[in-house]
Design a protein around this ligand. Structure first.
Ligand code: P6P
Length: 339
């Protein structure tokens, strides 16, 4: 009996499209183009240890962070491929201050916000990094170039979102609003195969992910919540365990699969970042969509739904608490003073 053929991501996308008779195929085409860019980045990331593209490019990005050559490569790979895909009217990237236009004559009906290589400070130490993406329908009339307003939409109106994690294997995890599915790249074939159908994040876990070096800068209810996690849990007789690697895609992916709550609260450490470090459009909102489609929750450290936030700025930062529904509800009890 031969092994059943693996379901490729292209087959999964087409099967999903068939569930929506009104679909034109543009979203499918967009996702497939993005996947080609991801495969190109994956090949380069896996070569990074061998090629001489490690190290700094000598430039800094909108965030004032040193841009690593792989960051630049990933950003350009996505921009160049998607600008002529015919599916987008505008893009925004963590690496660029302003809205990124698409090629004239190639304007489409969607927008793309992306972090080309999140966690890039971990590149040189071989820690998993990732590309995060978020797709919306344009609001402006079809035809011409997109506007900033097309990108500044709340996460709740995302059409699709997900990430590619470049780790021990390269995985694509995304949702189009019908659950969350994971695909693993077979580099020998160059295909992503369905490996994690219908991912559900465990409601309660025994792990928390946070940079405890910032403890003294957090608001008091957040500190009280973390102290609570370190007490013996009556059910298990043990405290939660800390798991934090400083690469959001890696920390988020572990929590999505094994359970856990990830926090990047606001901290008073850096007055230029009063709302914490993570960006709404291309980190918090896409991962919030994935988490909630997998049965989890995503809120700010004062209890607001991340998906409900209407962005004012392309690079707006937001405090993030994201994980299993039970863990996040526990956190909210502390924030609302019920504990
Ligand atoms: P810290 C990486 O630079 C990043 O944006 C996220 O991927 C990660 O979760 C966070 O910053 C780590 O920040 O302050 O803990 O080093």
């Amino acid at each position: 009996m031969s092994r059943p053929l693996g379901i490729t991501v292209s087959r999964h996308i087409m099967d999903n499209q068939r569930l929506h008779p009104e679909a034109t195929g543009d979203l499918s085409g967009l996702l497939n183009e993005l996947i080609v860019a991801a495969k190109t980045i994956s090949a380069e990331v896996n070569m990074a240890g061998l090629a001489d593209i490690l190290g700094m490019s000598g430039k800094t990005n909108i965030q004032g962070e040193h841009v690593q050559k792989l960051d630049e490569f990933a950003n350009n790979t996505i921009k160049r491929r998607m600008a002529r895909s015919g599916y987008l009217c505008a893009m925004t990237s963590e690496e660029e201050a302003d809205i990124i236009p698409v090629a004239e004559g190639y304007e489409g009906k969607y927008t793309l916000a992306f972090d080309p290589l999140d966690g890039s400070s971990n590149i040189d130490v071989n820690v998993s990094i990732g590309t995060i993406f978020s797709i919306h329908h344009r609001l402006s009339p079809d035809g011409g170039p997109g506007e900033e307003a097309d990108l500044l939409q709340p996460g709740a109106s995302q059409v699709a979102a997900g990430y590619i994690i470049y780790g021990s294997s390269t995985m694509l995890v995304f949702t189009t609003g019908d659950g969350v599915h994971g695909f693993t790249l077979d580099p020998s074939v160059g295909e992503f195969y369905l490996s994690h159908p219908d991912i559900r994040i465990p409601a309660k876990s025994k792990y928390y992910s946070v940079n405890e070096g910032n403890t003294n800068y957090w608001q008091e209810p957040v500190r009280r919540y973390l102290d609570y996690l370190k007490e013996e849990d009556k059910a298990t007789g043990r405290p939660y365990s800390a798991r934090y690697i400083g690469s959001m895609v890696a920390d988020f992916h572990r929590n999505l699969i094994a359970g856990g709550i990830f926090l990047y609260p606001r901290d008073s450490k850096d007055s230029t970042k009063p709302y914490g470090k993570l960006r709404l459009l291309y980190e918090a909102a896409p991962l919030a969509f994935v988490a909630e489609q997998a049965g989890g929750r995503a809120v700010t450290d004062d209890g607001r739904s991340i998906l409900a936030i209407k962005p004012d700025d392309l690079h707006q930062r937001v405090p993030v608490v994201i994980g299993g529904s039970g863990d996040v509800e526990n956190f909210l009890n502390f924030i609302n003073g019920d504990n």
